[in-house]
Ligand binder design. Structure first.
Ligand code: PEP
Ligand code: MG
Length: 754
């Protein structure tokens, strides 16, 4: 067998001619396998296509029995071909029959072939088929031959992706590409969205695979690589890291990869085999993506992701197109699909055209999730390789309640979701009609329903929902979406706008809650083993009082002659609260010295989210003007269960007696001290949990805007006295239960509440 050294270039050129011939799809495939076999001096060349039912079907062969075409099939994982598809890696064997996965398909007559080389046909890391060459003699194919076959497989991937082969599919079967996909991820923001895929970072679709002049292509590649290195150096030197939300260490990794000789060598080899520079990048990227999709080690996966992103940058440099889509040109009914995204990027898009968001990464408590919920955009994350599985413009449905994403949905699924969306819209309209109805239980108990907010765009929600104030204003969001520390003036301006929008309604500002997963890209990153238990929130505020002082000064100034409510996050000791209060006192004195008008009143509260406070709750309550339970953090610390850890999601229920007792302790302490106690974690926005909170004594709940309607509807139907008695009895009699949720649901059903 002639090594494929000089071969691939000739082969690619011949393939291009075959692609241009006016023949039908089967003839074209037949010619292609004959060409490959001839070029690689192999007795056999076979091409298998992945079907929608995850079966591989023989679509063309040179050398095996022709009758087997469209008859021979195997599941992914079955036989050598199935193994290649499953692993998405080449397989190079001297004695194919002795391999444990070898499975004999009598109709093909392949047992006489000793050597076997098979490569996956990959596109964006997705296996679309398998390409195999075989020889009678026993030999090991050399590296260049493997490379050549992989390059050829790339051309076949484009043929599959074009949809041309569907015409050859036996009746009742579909080829996998463009098939409907039902993907299960993590629900981030409730709601149903139907629309079309918009890739946040649009992929360059490489149409021109085969180069006219490899030397010229090599020059183009080298120029682009140099430009890539220069651009990374420039960003790192400028120190303008916040732009685009990039972190220094990510860019450092990029720079390292960009200078990596191995990467450059693989790209150059691909170009020298006859591919265009763009196709060479895609060729190398596709292998990398396939490895990434299967990689389970989070560190290595992250590095492969970095390499993938770097390849995207290189493609963009080669094509002269910008990396990220300009937010202005968004089509209607857009569903954004991205690997990951920061809150600032999402806010850049025209909200009226956005119907949903699909991410490969991002936990339910991440900031993109909080912003998506605030915007009312259905969102799902943890969809592995989402960006590789979709094409721009594909139909897509996002179910933010269940975490399901349907790509290219069949008509019945689409109709079902259209119906669901209509129902939800009707329900939202009903909730809107409750806007001006006061949330009072059937037995006459007034409840206060307030909003969680953090940015200017949240403010119209006050009027739209009829909420009675802002129970949690997350001030850190302004810091997180900015590309540098907001100035005192900028902070004051935001708080002033909040006061103006709220009018007479109360607003509770929470001081900066950064650290943990809330990272400011422009601040030096502190490496911590356990960031959630680390240097964050009030701990930073007290250790670096400059930040906290400036924020308090901005709040005092913005409040002018109104009532100002400030609360401190992550307070763990009485002393911390006292020190935070002292900072406010000093700032008040400072403003008074300069003749600035003082707010009508200043109330200082504590967020109860660190369990240590439960054991000094009366003492804290005696020193606070109000308390607000941050149940997201309180739950994670109470059960020692990371709020973002997928594996632990649902393991500990908020209706667990220990949790309910803790929550009751806070409500009772507030009542005893005569101060208001609210709850502003996610629990407040879930009807059953909210009902339980009311039964435990909470009279103020703060939540995202979409929850106000359902919670108000629940309150209007609620006979609180009866519910309280039942839940208290349940709690007294079942301390050992993992959760009282089923009993509580049963009670609610009996009362006609659910
Ligand atoms: C909480 O912990 O419940 C809370 C409201 O704060 P955050 O989610 O911002 O930590
Ligand atoms: Mg918290």
């Amino acid at each position: 067998m002639r090594g494929a050294l000089g071969g691939p270039r000739i082969l690619l050129r011949r393939l291009r001619e075959v692609m241009a011939e006016p023949v039908n799809a089967q003839e074209r495939l037949d010619k292609i396998v004959t060409l490959i076999a001839g070029n690689m001096v192999a007795e056999v060349c076979s091409f298998y296509v992945m079907r929608a039912d995850s079966t591989l079907e023989l679509y063309a062969t040179e050398g095996l029995a022709r009758e087997a075409v469209h008859k021979t099939t195997m599941r992914a994982g079955e036989g050598l071909v199935g193994l290649i598809a499953q692993r998405a890696e080449p397989l190079n064997l001297t004695h194919a029959q002795t391999h444990p996965s070898f499975s004999y398909k009598p109709e093909t007559g392949e047992e006489i072939y000793q050597s076997f080389l098979g490569v996956p046909v990959l596109r964006q890391g997705v296996t679309l088929g398998v390409l195999v060459v075989q020889n009678k003699s026993s030999r090991l194919y050399v590296e260049e031959e493997i490379e050549a076959l992989q390059t050829t497989a790339m051309v076949l991937a484009e043929i599959i992706a074009s949809g041309e082969l569907q015409a050859l599919a036996p009746p009742g079967t579909d080829i996998a590409v463009r098939r409907p996909l039902a993907l299960e991820g993590q629900a981030l923001a409730d709601g149903v969205g139907l629309g079309h895929v918009v890739l946040h970072q649009p992929r360059i679709v490489v149409k021109n695979l085969i180069a006219d002049d490899p030397v010229k292509e090599k020059e183009r590649l080298e120029k682009a690589l140099a430009a890539l290195r220069e651009s990374l150096d420039a960003i790192l030197e400028r120190g303008d890291l916040a732009h685009g939300g990039e972190h220094r260490d990510v860019l450092e990794t990029f720079r390292m990869f960009a200078s990596d000789r191995g990467w450059a060598r693989r790209l150059t080899e691909a170009v020298m085999s006859g591919l265009t520079a763009e196709a060479a990048v895609e060729r190398v990227q596709s292998d990398n993506r396939a490895r990434m999709v299967r990689q389970t080690d989070p560190y290595l996966r992250e590095r492969l992701h970095d390499l993938d992103e770097l390849a995207d940058r290189l493609l963009n440099l080669l094509s002269g197109r910008p990396m990220t889509r300009t937010a202005g040109d968004l089509p209607d009914n857009a569903i954004l699909v991205a690997r990951s995204m920061g809150p600032a990027a999402l806010l850049d898009y025209d909200r009226s055209r956005l119907r949903g968001l699909v991410l490969e990464e991002g936990g339910p408590q991440s900031h993109i999730a909080i912003v998506a919920r605030a915007l009312g955009i259905p969102a799902v994350s943890m969809i592995n390789n989402a960006t590789g599985l979709v094409e721009s413009g594909d139909g897509i449905v996002v179910d933010g309640a269940t975490g399901l994403v349907h790509v290219r949905p069949p008509a019945d699924i689409e109709h079902a979701y259209q119906e669901k969306a209509r129902l939800r819209a009707t329900r939202q309209a009903q909730y809107r009609s409750l806007r001006d109805v006061k949330p009072v239980t059937k037995d006459g108990i007034d409840i206060s329903l307030q909003l969680n907010a953090g940015l200017l765009f949240d403010l119209p929600n006050l009027a739209e929902t009829g909420a009675q104030g802002i129970g949690l204003f997350r001030t850190e969001l302004q810091f997180m979406v900015a590309d540098r520390l907001p100035t005192l003036g900028e902070q004051t301006a935001l708080y002033r706008s909040v006061f103006e929008s709220a009018g007479d309604l109360p607003v509770t500002f929470r001081t900066l809650d950064i650290g943990g997963d809330k990272i400011l890209p422009y601040m030096a990153k502190v490496e911590e083993e356990n960031p959630a238990l680390g240097w964050r929130a009030i701990r930073i505020g007290l250790d670096r009082p400059g930040l906290l002082r400036a924020q308090i000064r901005a709040l005092l100034r913005a409040a002018e002659d109104r009532d100002l409510k400030i609360m401190f996050p992550m307070i763990a000791t009485i002393d911390e609260f006292e020190r935070a209060k002292a900072i406010v006192g000093r700032e008040q004195a400072h403003l008074a010295r300069f003749g600035h008008p003082a707010p009508r009143s200043v109330q200082l509260g504590v967020m109860v989210e660190v369990p240590s406070l439960l054991f000094v709750i009366d003492e804290i309550a005696a020193r606070a003007d109000f308390m607000s339970v941050g149940s997201n953090d309180l739950m994670q610390f109470l059960f020692a269960a990371d709020r973002d850890n997928q594996q632990l999601a649902g393991r500990f229920d908020s209706c667990n007696p220990a949790c309910l007792r803790a929550l009751k302790l806070v409500a009772d302490a507030g009542a005893k001290a005569g101060i208001p106690v609210t709850l502003c974690g996610e629990l407040a926005g879930r009807p059953v949990d909210a009902m339980v909170l009311l039964a435990l004594g909470y009279r103020g709940l703060s939540m995202s805007p979409l929850s106000i309607g359902p919670i108000k509807a629940m309150i209007l139907d609620l006979e609180l006295g009866t519910v309280r008695d039942t839940i208290e009895t349940l709690l007294r009699n079942n301390p050992e239960a993992a959760s009282l949720r089923e009993d509580i649901l049963g009670m609610a059903r009996d009362m006609g509440l659910v």
